[in-house]
Design a protein around this ligand. Sequence first.
Ligand code: GLN
Length: 304
Amino acid sequence: ATQLSTLTQTQLESWVARAQTHTSQGTLPTYIPRLAEADPDVIAVQIQTDEGMVWTAGEISQRFTLMSVIKPFVLLFLLEQLGETVVLQQVGTKPSDHPFHSLVQLQADQGWPRNPMINSGAIALVSLLPGIDATSRCDRLRQWLNRQAGCNLQVDGAMLASVASMENLQNQALANYLQLSERIPSAEEALEAYNWVCCLAGTVADLAQLGLLLAGAAGNILPRSRRAVNALMLSCGLYQTSDVFAMQVGLPTKSGVSGSLLSIVPGAGAIACYSPALNPEGHSLAGLWLVEQLSQALNLGIFG
Ligand code: GLN
């Protein structure tokens, strides 16, 4: 935690103030009506070391849905519960240079999802969650995460209703194709469970706590599972922009269309951001900018 621990509160606050200039260039997603109602100028950050140092800035009481930031934690849970062999029969470990909901990629790969960080991979994986329906599958995951990380995730019912109010043809097509390829038993059930887990919500404090599971400090997680999830976040977590981010920033990172962003500093801590204005690839603009400043100024990148 040596480099992360040199961060000062003044430094963080000045970056958060400067990050504010970036939010006006972003957009809110419209395919989930309730996400489009968010205040694009909100920024919240919590940084936490595995030794218990905490920095916060911005509107940290804001609750937000994790959306795709839940994907690494679905993977982590399944690796711990079912083991690597079962999980890697269901989904690959290769980066994809297509957007997160790409059907083209899934078809080109004959129904074999490239990796767990894109929608096809996550939809395939939620089918493996233990439970009899979407509610119970999501709840098992939620309770395990809350217990392991000491956080307080809750399903955002209003967001879930908003997700269900719109037909998401892309996700439906992915789920149907997965069923057609006999990778999952029911497209409808998988999609419902996927929507539930995407609507798990918390604050940046909850997200930072979750991050510590992957940094290596919290919970009772096998190092092997943690390393696998971090490696896939680095290579696939930001979809088609993962490679450039790995070179520039060098931290395992996952984004969600709510504006959530989580970066792991392995062996040291976690950086949790929320800021809803997105770039064209669907990542939080202010979040990406902040993580880049932090990584460069404090030399956090895992490649030194
Ligand atoms: N639930 C969202 C979707 O599938 C999550 C996507 C994301 O955060 N990139 O559209």
